[in-house]
Write a protein that binds this ligand. Structure first.
Ligand code: COA
Ligand code: MG
Length: 302
């Protein structure tokens, strides 16, 4: 039972909302929203002239009351940008759950941030997320993901960034993301190979509900854990599509029940109503049941 995905089997990251750190109206709105995680953005959603103000506004916002059921992530500017060092210093006082590093292209980009955190005695529970959004980032995704397996590596989650990747490669935004899917799957495989979570990229046209749902269905079928969002209207559908189906939960509970029977205690494979079920299916079933319980506790199965 030592699958690389077992490190936090029931963590919910179905809906991960981006909030520009200098948008006070949006910051205030977060308290009313049912997303699983928020990425407070100091990077591309904030103009260079506003970076300092955005940092201060976010620090003040996070000093207020926080919801315990919301994972808090802060996207900093990259260390080479001229803003990243000060962002990182400010983030330490904000005490988020994770820091999202943009435009990660090599293991060193993650290691450099991890080193600063360790030198600053940041607690081990402060994790790193990485945006994979450049051609070099995609090509090096497996090596970047590997840093999550090293001691003190902190890496926990990948987020592909398709707006940047389209800009860098010239691949246009087509329905179905046809020519981007191979790269998305490559990034996903790299994440899973090192036991990382992975969140699907944003869908820009936030008024196109049908298009968004189609992309959620696609992302779910591709294996993503959730979706990065830009607008509150996208939260409900993301919670639904990256949630659990009741039929699948019932099946999982039947598998757990069957393997708990004394007669199956020393069997590797059993016959469950005509279906071959192995212990690996039990692992999957336990993970799904834990996820269903977490969703029920949260009260947002959408
Ligand atoms: N987080 C929290 N609240 C948000 C929000 C967000 N990302 N986007 C919109 N809202 C709020 C608005 O403040 C408004 O609140 P109100 O009810 O108090 O008036 C409400 O939701 C409706 O917003 P709407 O008028 O439909 O959109 P908008 O014009 O205010 O904002 C965007 C549209 C695209 C500018 C905005 O959604 C946004 O900035 N999204 C995030 C962009 C981002 O982070 N990009 C970088 C990562 S890809
Ligand atoms: Mg980007």
């Amino acid at each position: 039972m030592n699958s690389p995905r077992d490190h936090h089997p029931a963590r919910l990251r179905r809906s991960v909302l981006c909030v520009p750190a200098d948008n006070t109206r949006a910051l205030t709105k977060v308290a009313t929203l049912s997303c699983d995680a928020v990425i407070y953005d100091l990077e591309d959603a904030v103009l260079p002239d506003n970076k300092v103000l955005a940092r201060e506004t976010l620090a003040a916002h996070l000093a207020g009351e926080r919801r315990s059921d919301l994972e808090i992530v802060v996207r900093i500017n990259s260390l080479g940008s001229g803003f990243g060092e000060a962002d990182l210093a400010a983030v330490l006082d904000m005490a988020p759950d994770a820091v999202l590093v943009p435009k990660v292209e090599s293991p060193q980009d993650i290691q450099a941030v991890a080193d600063v955190l360790s030198e600053s005695d940041a607690p081990d529970r402060l994790r790193l997320w990485a945006m994979i959004e450049t051609p070099r980032g995609v090509l090096n995704a497996a090596a970047i993901a590997e840093t999550g397996r090293t001691r003190g590596g902190r890496l926990d989650c990948f987020v592909p960034g398709l707006n940047d990747l389209r800009k860098e490669t010239g691949v246009p935004a087509l329905p179905g993301r046809t020519y981007l899917v191979p790269w998305l799957m490559q990034i996903l495989l790299a994440a899973r190979g090192s036991g990382l979570d992975i969140i699907d990229a944003v869908f820009n046209d936030f008024r196109d509900a049908a298009g968004f749902e189609a992309e959620c269905r696609q992302g779910r079928a591709m294996g993503f854990d959730g979706k990065m969002l830009i607008h509150p209207a996208q939260i409900g559908p993301a919670n639904t599509h990256f949630g659990v189906e009741q039929g699948a939960v019932a099946e999982a509970r039947a598998i757990i029940h069957a393997f708990a029977l004394a007669e199956n205690a020393d069997k590797a494979v059993i016959n469950l109503n005509g279906l071959m079920v192995e212990r690996l299916h039990l692992e999957q079933a336990l993970r799904l049941a834990a996820r269903a319980d977490a969703i029920q506790r949260k009260g947002t199965n959408a």
